[in-house]
Design a protein around this ligand. Structure first.
Ligand SMILES: *Cc1c(COP(=O)(O)O)cnc(C)c1O
Length: 484
């Protein structure tokens, strides 16, 4: 008997059990709730579903034309097992995406005969991370309320991720958030997106130091076991499985809009930590007809080198016009590696260890060939990024530098079949990177109306020395105040 999940009478039927395994094979399987709260597995691996849910063509068709939050709830619900009572996930999805400024949530904008920008930047912080984090904040809150627990989220940011995490956590009942940023080293837009959030459960700390100092302070807090337990420390970092799950629906939404399941669709994705493009891989694994996944990198091109020549060797990170992709070690890549190695946890662990020790990841030829049949990769230099932004602008489309790396890659690796549309993940609003846009087009992009007064809003943050005990006192004071 085939199951018919979309017509499932949710009040009576129990959702199927869904368990998660670690990519390093040593951790006991867990359910979604525990994966959400834990983030990383105790063997150092990343969680993946024990078996992938598969949708049939009629299941995909049943989703076509539905509003984005409904598609999101149907897809994410395949991964959440019995963590949420019936109806709860749908109302969380509706709530999470109600704050987006377009009713379509993820509108598709046609760029040329076969290319479409999937605009993922209409959320509160103008970048695609809002898709996952807006939902994650609500998931955390719901689960913590049921457990009667309270957590303190701490994180370090060089700019982008901090604001997305703060917007996700603001005004949530059962969590506090403290974000460290290097004083004077983020752009004014980035800082103000964090420091003008005046919610009582949000605290910004400007550390006298650089981003690495901030990250070291956060690591030191997590490594301080008594402090970690006292504060119930947690993170919303990009390796959390729930973030990937929450990014799958927009691949589904875009492909269905362009004719799936009857027509194949290619995606081009500007990539750093490999989270976004892995969500595209997962959509394909669930049965969505995705013909290829084109990775756009900047000069930090480890992934592009790997796909073209099986050369996965880390090099020093160099700054570029697309800072969210200035990464050499893509933490979510381990998930693909585990799949390419036939879900062999021991081999995955050994490969990751070799990478850490030598800086080069030894990936067997056959596994690489399998990946290279689906993935394409292109390193796009700053000059090419500017040229692509200029070209798009002349055609009437203002793209941010990350998105332009994606469109440039899509030109280098367009699928042979001319009827296959290419969807480019537009990951940030152009106004988030005004200097690069101005350099390319001569025009400074305006902030969208709901943020136009960002420069007039009141800011709140404390400046602290690069000192663990000073930072710990600030975190403790913040968490205590709100717990009472
Ligand atoms: C985070 C980010 C990326 C990279 O996404 P990954 O999931 O890390 O690959 C690309 N573009 C923008 C604008 C981002 O903020």
């Amino acid at each position: 008997m085939r199951n018919r999940p979309f017509r499932r009478p949710s009040l009576s039927a129990k959702p199927p059990a869904m368990r998660y395994v670690s990519t390093r094979g040593e951790a006991a399987p867990r359910d979604f709730e525990s994966v959400l709260l834990a983030g990383l597995a105790e063997d150092g691996g990343l969680f993946l579903p024990e078996t992938w849910p598969i949708l049939l063509p009629e299941d995909w068709r049943a989703l076509r034309g539905r509003p984005y939050p409904e598609i999101a709830a149907e897809i994410i619900g395949r991964f959440t097992g019995d963590t949420f009572e019936p109806g709860v996930l749908l109302s969380m999805c509706r709530d999470a995406y109600a704050g987006f400024t377009t009713p379509a949530v993820a509108p598709l904008v046609q760029l040329d005969e076969r290319r479409f920008a999937l605009e993922l930047f209409h959320g509160p912080t103008l970048a695609f991370k809002d898709f996952a984090l807006q939902l994650l904040g609500r998931m955390f809150d719901h689960v913590l309320a049921r457990r009667g627990e309270r957590i303190t989220i701490v994180g370090a940011t060089s700019g982008d991720t901090g604001s997305a995490a703060i917007e996700a956590c603001r005004d949530r009942q059962n969590l506090d958030i403290v974000i460290l940023h290097p004083e004077g080293r983020t752009s004014a837009v980035q800082r103000r997106q964090m420091t003008t959030v005046l919610s009582p459960n949000v605290r910004n700390l400007a550390v006298r130091g650089d981003f690495d100092n901030c990250q070291d302070l956060v690591k030191a807090m997590f490594n301080d076991a008594p402090f970690r337990a006292e504060m119930n420390l947690s993170a919303v970092n990009s390796i959390n499985w729930a973030r990937i799950a929450a990014q799958i629906p927009y691949y589904v939404y875009a492909a269905l809009s362009l004719g799936a399941p009857e027509r194949e669709v290619a995606f081009a994705v500007p990539t750093g930590n490999f989270g976004n493009v892995f969500a595209g891989w997962a959509a394909r694994r669930m049965g969505l007809p995705v013909s290829s996944l084109i990775i756009g990198s900047n000069r930090n091109d480890i992934l592009a080198r790997w796909i073209t020549a099986n050369d996965m060797s880390a090099q020093p990170v160099v700054p570029s016009l697309s800072p969210s992709m200035d990464i050499q070690v893509s933490s979510n890549f381990e998930r693909l590696l585990f799949e390419l190695l036939g879900r062999d946890g021991a081999q995955t662990a050994a490969t990751m260890r070799a990478f850490r020790e030598t800086g080069t990841m030894p990936i067997p030829e056959e596994a690489w060939r399998n990946a290279a049949a689906l993935f394409r990769g292109q390193a796009v230099s700053d000059e090419e990024t500017i040229a692509e932004m200029r070209r798009l602008y002349a055609q009437g489309y203002a793209a941010d530098p990350h998105t332009a790396a994606g469109t440039a890659a899509s030109h280098a690796h367009a699928p042979d079949a001319p009827g296959t549309p290419i969807v480019i993940a537009a990951t940030a609003h152009p106004a988030k990177f005004p200097d690069a846009v101005e350099q390319a087009t001569g025009t400074r992009p305006a902030l969208p109306p709901h943020m136009a007064d960002l420069y007039e809003r009141e800011e709140r943050f404390s400046v602290l020395p690069n000192d663990l005990s000073a930072v710990q006192s600030a975190v403790r004071a913040h968490a205590r105040r709100n717990a009472d």
